[in-house]
Ligand binder design. Structure first.
Ligand code: PNS
Length: 167
């Protein structure tokens, strides 16, 4: 049986840091499902459909990668149904760890066969977070080093949409 993992996140938007983690996951697992989910503690800039479009475009050339959307329900249930026994999460800094530790143990409580695997991105991405990328981009800053051109384009469109709304 092929080794299968899920790589869940809000991906709002998908950054080069996320791609770096995905590439590392592909060195370990034959199949990785990128699962775009909602985080009840965050308000997303992009709709889940927009995030799906960008993530599919970015990862389309990678063998063994698929992109799925979790509209509602628990990630642990999704992993069980998908037959994935590993959850991949990227950790950039020690401060990420408290939240990750809590999520990992909760997911294990809900689905005892699942193990969360933490991967560190390249050091050049340790300060790259979707939240900060969005903030800089929405204020007109250059984030082209941190995201795929399709994300740049979608952020540009989003900025125009939001500016129009506030006119
Ligand atoms: O990129 P994020 O925002 O850190 O990802 C968090 C995410 C989406 C993986 C988490 O909020 C999640 O798993 N949401 C799905 C619902 C769920 O299972 N919540 C309980 C997590 S212990």
């Amino acid at each position: 049986m092929k080794s299968k993992a899920i790589y869940p996140g809000t991906f709002d938007p998908f950054t080069n840091g996320h791609l770096d983690v995905l590439e590392r996951a592909l060195n370990i697992f034959e199949e990785v499902i990128v699962v775009i989910a909602e985080n009840s503690q965050k308000h997303a800039l992009f709709t889940i459909e927009e995030r799906e479009v960008m993530t599919k475009e970015i990862t389309g050339g990678y063998l063994g990668v698929s992109v799925e959307v979790l509209h509602k329900g628990l990630l642990a249930d999704y992993a069980r149904q998908a037959g994935a026994k590993s959850i991949v999460r990227g950790v950039r800094q020690v401060k990420d760890f408290e939240y990750e530790f809590q999520m990992s143990l909760l997911n294990r409580q809900l689905y005892p066969e699942v193990t969360t695997v933490f991967l560190m991105p390249n050091v050049k991405y340790t300060y790259v977070a979707s939240s900060i990328i969005k903030e800089v981009a929405m204020l007109g800053g250059d984030v082209s080093k941190f995201v795929h051109p399709c994300v740049l384009e979608m952020m540009h469109q989003k900025r125009e949409e939001l500016n129009l709304k506030h006119l």
